[in-house]
Ligand binder design. Sequence first.
Ligand SMILES: Cc1cc2nc3c(=O)[nH]c(=O)nc-3n(C[C@H](O)[C@H](O)[C@H](O)COP(=O)(O)OP(=O)(O)OC[C@H]3O[C@@H](n4cnc5c(N)ncnc54)[C@H](O)[C@@H]3O)c2cc1C
Length: 296
Amino acid sequence: MKALVLAERSETARALAAGARLMADDVVLVAIASLQVEEGTADKIVRIALPDGAVYDDAADTVISVFDAERPGLVLVEPTRRMKMIAGKLAVHTGTSVITDVMEFGVEGAKSLYFGGIAERVQKPTGEVAIYTVTADAFVDAEPSGANVTEDFAWVVPAKPLDLISSKPLEKSGTDLFKADIIVAAGRGFAEKDELDLARKLCEKIGAGLGCSRPLTEGVNWLPTEAYIGVSGVMLAPKVYVGAGISGQMQHMVGCNRAGTIFAINKDKNAPIFKQCDYGIVGDLKTILPELVASL
Ligand SMILES: Cc1cc2nc3c(=O)[nH]c(=O)nc-3n(C[C@H](O)[C@H](O)[C@H](O)COP(=O)(O)OP(=O)(O)OC[C@H]3O[C@@H](n4cnc5c(N)ncnc54)[C@H](O)[C@@H]3O)c2cc1C
């Protein structure tokens, strides 16, 4: 069987290609735009260059053509917003559905979360093609391989291209959270945007990346979207996670509960996060964070 891998980031491309290697004989990675591909990632790399003025999302039609040319039985997709959209269009094209947010594969099928992360289910594909959006951590010990034979694929002009009205560089939260061993996550316990400096100081002190709960991005826009952790944000497995002013709702915790050690700071001793952490400090983050920074 052949597997197609769709990913936006090099590390995830490598991780998903490694997973695909466990499940298929041939692994083909689709590299859209300037995706860097490390040596030995896949048997074949199909490169799709974005023409001037085209937006990333318009690559869906070209990806569908790659699919038709390769005829894979398995498609593994990085669960980013743009890739999920492409996976959806591919599923419509193939007359199947996407099995989303897969966290691990077992003999019973693919395990994923639903109802915003409060329930788990195991699913098996029903059609000839299986399309999964899957977290890079699903294949921990797998190693990729392949000759990376590279082919440039001609751009397919979409029937309904998006109009690019304006663009601006994405504001980065600092450290790439996927690469961070330690993550400090800020929640709604931070009453003002300026208070985030307390978390930033702790990050500097312990070499951590700054993440957050969803309300700090989609609610108030204090941090960029890619910084929020959880079922609809990024799913991470750092060595250490420190949740400050975060209540510990399931939708957030599924994005960090595979951390090696979990610390929590919350002024409410009954906050759900205290049932999910290894170490907890009950107190006001405005007092605790400066004390921590001073004592470390
Ligand atoms: C379908 C769906 C998907 C979702 N996906 C996500 C997701 O991916 N990620 C995500 O994060 N959320 C997600 N959510 C939202 C999620 O349900 C919670 O609403 C959110 O995680 C709560 O964020 P929070 O813990 O920062 O805020 P709150 O729940 O408001 O908690 C704030 C905490 O801060 C504490 N606090 C207040 N002041 C202080 C202080 N001075 N010092 C110390 N502690 C203090 C409070 O005691 C409280 O526990 C989703 C929801 C739905 C319905």
